[in-house]
Design a protein around this ligand. Structure first.
Ligand SMILES: CC(C)(COP(=O)(O)OP(=O)(O)OC[C@H]1O[C@@H](n2cnc3c(N)ncnc32)[C@H](O)[C@@H]1OP(=O)(O)O)[C@@H](O)C(=O)NCCC(=O)NCCS
Length: 267
């Protein structure tokens, strides 16, 4: 299909609808900047639960506290828009490895989401009735070492990485990392799944990512992974359960003043 050849670099990130609808045949990716002016951070901090505020306060660096607050506050804001619920009122529950989910009172777990933040960017994936995992990494060249690859990647990935020209190896490293992480996050396993039990294709700029699960080929057929290109300098990917869906890429933006006044809780 022609769409298989569309590189993520060409995909546009459009203005999000004010009140999105989750649909079975769409997966929504929201992109947001987490370095916001103090008054916006303050408003987002007000929607966090006491536990979340405590977690933010435990972070050592001020920038990390601020970015966690914004990322979690925006998660609540975005999900609140789908559910028509005030962000501060949302409740989360957590899987055995820490994957957050909406509490069962919000449609018995049919609205799925995943969050990732790195440096100045946060990505949110939202899907209806299917598991999703998203990962974004700011590409810091010093992290993309052979030692790290050998520790975290499958042997097939390490071998493939070594075949890229040197100038592309850093980007291919982060493509590999984010594609693996997106899959792990969709499954919710964290690191409990041995990292060499599956491997992914790592070519930068190719949207459709191959997933191989040699011991259980049916597992690979259950998922689809797409590379995303949220901003220059970042690598990202989303893993989605099942087929028959299309991606919608949206930019998060605060709502206009007049509307915000109508709903005081909207940060
Ligand atoms: C926690 C983990 C899910 C990802 O963490 P990360 O890449 O450091 O951070 P991200 O910003 O991408 O994701 C964090 C978010 O994932 C979510 N999350 C936490 N545990 C999760 C789990 N088990 N499954 C799915 N999502 C999870 C939370 O929403 C969290 O957001 P929060 O920090 O605001 O609460 C996990 O996979 C991990 O520990 N990874 C370590 C990195 C690694 O070794 N990767 C090897 C693969 S190449």
């Amino acid at each position: 299909m022609a769409t298989d050849l569309v590189t993520p670099a060409r995909a546009a990130w459009n203005q999000a609808p004010a009140w999105p609808h989750a649909r079975h045949d769409e997966v929504h990716i929201w992109r947001a900047h987490v370095d916001l002016p103090p008054h916006r951070v303050f408003r987002l901090a007000r929607v966090l639960s006491p536990d979340e505020a405590r977690r933010a306060n435990q972070l050592f660096f001020e920038a990390d506290r601020r970015r966690f607050t914004v990322a979690r506050g925006l998660l609540r804001t975005i999900l609140g828009r789908y559910l028509r619920v005030s962000p501060a009122e949302l409740h989360f529950c957590y899987g055995p490895q820490g994957k957050p989910a909406l509490a069962p009172e919000y449609g018995e777990g049919r609205l799925h989401f995943s969050v990732s933040h790195s440096h100045r960017l946060a990505l949110y994936a939202v899907a209806y009735d299917r598991q999703v995992g998203v990962d974004v990494e700011y590409m810091r060249p010093h992290l993309a070492s052979r030692e790290v690859a050998e520790r975290f990647f499958a042997p097939a990935e390490v071998a493939r990485l070594a075949m890229f020209p040197e100038a592309l190896q850093g980007e291919a490293f982060f493509c590999c990392w984010t594609r693996k992480e997106a899959y792990l996050k969709a499954r919710g396993d964290g690191l409990s799944l041995p990292l060499d039990e599956f491997y992914v294709s790592l070519t930068p700029g190719v949207e459709h990512v191959e997933l191989h699960t040699p011991r259980d080929p049916a597992e690979a057929a259950r998922w689809h992974i797409r590379a995303l290109d949220p901003k220059p300098g970042y690598a990202a990917a989303v893993a989605v359960e099942g087929s028959g869906w299309r991606l919608c890429r949206w930019r998060w933006a605060p709502r206009g003043r007049r509307r915000a006044r109508r709903r005081e809780w909207e940060p």
